[in-house]
Design a protein around this ligand. Sequence first.
Ligand SMILES: Nc1ncnc2c1ncn2[C@@H]1O[C@H](COP(=O)(O)OP(=O)(O)OP(=O)(O)O)[C@@H](O)[C@H]1O
Ligand SMILES: [Mg+2]
Length: 364
Amino acid sequence: MSIGKLFIQYFRNIDNVSIDLHSDVNFIIGDNGSGKSSLLEAVFYLGHGKSFRSTKVENLLKHEKNSFVVSAKTDKNCQLGVRKGFGASASHSEVRIDGEKQSKFSSLAKNVAVQVITPESFILFFGGPKQRRRFIDLGLFHVKHSFSDHWREFSRILKQRNACLRRKADYATLSYWTEVFAESSEQIAKLRDEYVNELTKELSFWLKIMLPSVSDDIVIQYLQGWNSKKSLIDVLSQYRDKELAIGYSLFGAQKFDVRFILNGTSLDNQLSRGQQKLFLLAITFAQAKLIERVNRVKPILLIDDVGAELDIHSRALLNSAIAAIECQVIVTAIDKAAVEQLVPLQENYKMFHVKHGKLSVMSE
Ligand SMILES: Nc1ncnc2c1ncn2[C@@H]1O[C@H](COP(=O)(O)OP(=O)(O)OP(=O)(O)O)[C@@H](O)[C@H]1O
Ligand SMILES: [Mg+2]
């Protein structure tokens, strides 16, 4: 899947953008504050129904406007669109596929698998587990189709169990929810384990391209959310009193994490910032490839401010990866020099210039 025509209205500093993207590589060049990240944010919004840099959707609306629109025509002639309106008291979304109203945002997400890498990604990724969980579960959503149903069910059970712990429910009620919670956690953990194994295999290919010097020594450690040598039900019975005292579930599939290990220690202690960025690019490319293989939709990769952290040599490595990925890629940079090593040899790319939220095709 790639996006052809892209239309954006009243999104951040963008008034109206209507462009034809290339199905392979697109470069967006512009000064600080011109609207590069905003453009990527709009594409991301179409795939996720949220931003990658703000939790408040009202921040995305252009000042003094009352609704924004992002729509795109895919290479399969499918028209995807979302309008977000902001009334006096509440906001409302209208999601459409080929003109037909959709009740859920996830119907859009099934059509476009958008992944983003920003200069901040690696701080988030190597910080707390939240981003790593989100990253892995995004892959699972696209690659293991039973995952979203299991996850929805799991979230419902977790809520119920936490409510029981909070109000110190009677023994029988808590035991019931603990049992279904453990069962659901084990199901999720199994799917995640399978997925992390697949991702690890795929990652090795991309690491050989982007981080050849350490590619064979990087290990992904999957932590399922409780001691892997024990069943969750045993762990929960051992910690019953502690959980009752604290009022929520301390173990289970909600607590999973993945760690990236190099030479026995966390990867971010071993690699430079540029190398960490290459690692993140490699794992994102690996995930994109898995999604493509299973879904037969090509994910869209957004790389914001590609020049940040990457020297000429690293950009050349990234170029080889972009040539191999065969996905639609949208790369932003502050000047042409930053993307010089990334321009493909053949004419399978387009370059745009952005200024004050307006885009124009750049001539050579
Ligand atoms: N809701 C909004 N309405 C109007 N303008 C906004 C809104 N939110 C942000 N802006 C402005 O949009 C401009 C573009 O921001 P954006 O982050 O897209 O720039 P950028 O090209 O990515 O810059 P940089 O190279 O510094 O990352 C900024 O000047 C910002 O102040
Ligand atoms: Mg930016």
